[in-house]
Design a protein around this ligand. Sequence first.
Ligand code: GLN
Length: 187
Amino acid sequence: MLALQGAFALHLDALGRLGVEGLEVRTATDLAQVDALIMPGGESTTMSMLLESQQLFAPLNTAIQGGLPVFGTCAGMILLSAEILDGRSDQRCFGALDMKVRRNAYGTQIESFETDLDVAGLDEPFHAVFIRAPGVEALGPGVEVVSSHQGEPVLCRSGAVLASSFHPEVTNDDRLHRLFLETIAGA
Ligand code: GLN
């Protein structure tokens, strides 16, 4: 669990409910101990800065390019994308998903919303909470849309990388964490 900033505690609770030990990753040494990684929501500009000041950006980039399974949620999706619109000029991303995202595409904090999504691979809809969520504006051919909202992709996968515009950790529904662990991380 990337734990530099943001909403990582509830993700750890979800992992615990699924019987998986989550380690808080803040350094390259921590990173070397994990089999898969969740990048939480929060503030992608701050996370980008902290990844660099903690000297974690380069080792994490190497790990992702090497196939580390990663689930990025909200700010985590922004970090995994290939291009950020409305970002800070010095903000970095990993290019793990061939897509462009626009920060805060669904509006400000008070325009946060909740909705039920149909998700490929889940029998029942998933209640999704969007908080200053990024919007996906362009997708490469290798990116699979696992769920969309009003025609816009909100859950995407490419290889071992999964990313959601919304926060799956704030409800007690652990199905997306399970999906990530079982079908992507091979747990
Ligand atoms: N808007 C935030 C950002 O740009 C993401 C919001 C979130 O993670 N809930 O990083």
